[in-house]
Design a protein around this ligand. Structure first.
Ligand code: GLC
Length: 573
């Protein structure tokens, strides 16, 4: 029997509510739609949902600017609709974690409206106010980080858009109010939280200016045009230096400990996963976050065996080193903030093969996998062509800034904007080959345009019927994972340390050893595991093979096909 917690063996699936399922036919996703799709998620085989923000919001940052933490955005339904979604999920043994945005609220949140109204109201210091901008800090979304409010004749600080003022977490009343909201949903039965942008909660108390010789728009533009190795390096350095005084500052650990202790008051192993890759936020392994994402795995241009091996070695050894309890890994390749896996890590020639390889990777590595809605059918980025279509307002800001302040031609600005906005990876889920991809009824204008490639088989309905579709491949892999103790909980043992043509490793639990071979090569290869102790005198029993391998194959040497995914149980007599 496994001693692991549910969040260690679960496969999570991120629902971006605006784009997941439109139940009332208004062009926007909602709880009615999402509830109707729970059977789809059961059939897919996921165990838990991470729900991106579903709270009332003016949507300057697509829901990450919250104006009421204890309610449901009317376009998604009512609180009862949410409760129904939660209950129906639980009935199917699917847990639900919510998104918790701690750093900032919407500027339309009553707390901010009150705080802004005068210098001496009860919430006057719930946000970060100054008489004059004390430094050159930038917002990472829209230029200057200090914005003027006439009512107080003062400036407030915002790390993100000016419609997302930063809360003053030094104020105990802020904490109290936010912890009340946290309890509100935990009392209702939610299984935990994904914590948004925790690194940005505190700022350098000395307000040290950044030293980058550019503002945000100039840095973005510089980054787009950078080509030489020197400029590429400079770009990295500038991004780091521009924001280094605005995130990762002291105070977060204490806050995470407080939050953890609230969760621990509840039964049912409620959990926290932080939007950060810093394992320090797991504290001693028991007193802060349960998980943080292994973002370094996906922060690469290309997923090569060399990159993956190095990532795993570093990541797993630092997680082992946590003091009280070893840290558990958490892997993902995509979410609502970045280009879709199929586009980013794919290639013109081998898109389908690579999508399968990458799915196998995230589902066989040690740790909790997070999938992003739509990746299971191979949804791709959809580049917008008109500025009027852009909903990600950081993109709108950038477009206008480079056109008006830098003289960039609107056509070029649009191309750049389409690439940088996150709209491209947030388009409506493609459910079928009917108009609007079956997301909304025909003739309804969806909140973001539907990617027309739903007509080319990139939709759920067509793929459900096709045994060799990507969707059925995901389902199969998820089932394999569920049935294998080694894949769910086994240790990771790397094999072969040099080649970039394949990535092979063992997963080793008390009950089972599994060999995973992922071929990243376009050619047929000869595998030889004769120097691997666990494998050399064993039989390999395939439990998954994209090349339809059969039982009883001779080991430890065999041929593999281009891009093959091979998972076998190692049977030792
Ligand atoms: C996180 C979210 C992102 C949002 C930002 C500000 O990074 O994932 O979508 O824009 O925080 O809340």
């Amino acid at each position: 029997m496994s001693s692991l917690k549910w969040w260690q063996t679960a496969v999570f699936y991120q629902i971006y509510p605006r784009s997941f399922a439109d139940g009332n036919g208004d062009g926007i996703g909602d709880f009615k739609g999402a509830t109707e799709k729970l059977d789809y998620l059961t059939a897919l085989g996921v165990d838990a949902i991470w729900l991106s923000p579903h709270f009332p919001s003016p949507n300057w940052d697509c829901g990450y600017d919250i104006s009421d933490y204890c309610s449901v955005a009317p376009e998604y339904g009512t609180l009862d609709d949410f409760k129904n979604f939660l209950n129906e999920s639980h009935k199917r043994n699917i847990r639900v974690i919510l998104d918790l945005v701690l750093n900032h609220t919407s500027d339309e949140h009553p707390w901010f409206i009150e705080s802004k109204s005068s210098r001496d109201n009860p919430k006057a210091d719930w946000y970060v106010w100054v008489d004059a901008p004390p430094n050159n800090w930038q917002s990472c979304f829209d230029g200057n980080a200090w914005t003027y409010a006439t009512e107080r004749d003062q400036y407030y600080y915002h790390y993100f858009m000016k419609q997302q003022p930063d809360l003053n977490w030094h104020n105990p009343k802020v904490k109290q109010a936010m912890w009340d909201a946290v309890r509100f949903w935990l009392d209702m039965g939610v299984d935990g939280y994904r914590l948004d942008a925790i690194g940005t909660i505190f700022e350098d108390p000395n307000l040290t200016p950044h030293t980058v010789p550019m503002n945000l728009a100039e840095l973005r533009r510089f980054s787009e045009l950078a080509q030489t190795p020197e400029d590429m390096e400079l770009k990295e350095k500038y991004w780091h230096d521009m924001f280094k005084h605005q995130w990762g500052q002291d105070g977060v650990h204490e806050l995470m400990k407080e939050l953890r202790s609230i969760l621990d008051e509840y039964d049912g192993d409620r959990m926290l996963v932080g939007e950060d890759d810093n394992i320090d936020y797991m504290g001693n392994g028991k007193d802060e976050l349960h998980l943080v994402f292994n973002f370094p795995l996906m922060r690469t241009e290309k997923l090569t065996p060399e990159h993956i091996r190095k990532n795993q070695t570093e990541r797993l050894s630092s997680l082992q080193a946590l003091s009280a309890e070893k840290g558990w890994p958490c892997n993902t390749l995509g979410n609502h903030d970045c280009s879709r896996i199929y586009t980013r890590f794919g290639s013109k020639l081998h898109g389908p093969e690579l999508a399968r390889l990458h799915a196998a990777l995230v589902l066989t590595l040690k740790g909790t996998p997070f999938l992003y809605n739509g990746e299971e059918i191979g949804m791709t980025d959809h580049l917008l062509t008109e500025i009027s279509q852009v909903k990600d307002t950081m993109g709108v800001w950038y477009y206008h800034t480079i056109v008006t302040e830098m003289g960039v031609h609107p056509d070029e600005a649009m191309v750049r904007t389409a690439e940088m906005t996150r709209d491209k990876n947030r388009t409506p889920m493609q459910w079928s080959n009917s108009p609007n991809a079956g997301f909304s009824p025909k003739d309804v204008s969806t909140w973001l345009p539907v990617n027309q490639n739903y007509k080319e088989g990139i939709n759920v309905h067509d793929q459900e019927k096709n045994p060799s579709s990507l969707l059925n491949y995901y389902k199969h892999l998820l089932r394999i994972r569920k049935e294998s103790s080694a894949l769910k909980e086994g240790e990771y043992i790397p094999l072969q340390n040099t080649t970039d043509e394949y990535f092979a490793f063992l997963r080793h639990s008390a009950e089972q050893i599994v060999l995973v071979v992922l071929i990243f090569s376009e050619s047929t290869l000869d595998m030889d595991f004769s120097s691997v102790n666990e494998v050399k005198d064993a039989k390999l029993k395939p439990i998954f093979s994209s090349a339809e391998r059969r039982n009883g194959e001779t080991v430890p040497k065999f041929k593999v096909s281009p891009f093959e995914v091979y998972i076998a149980e190692v049977i030792r007599e």
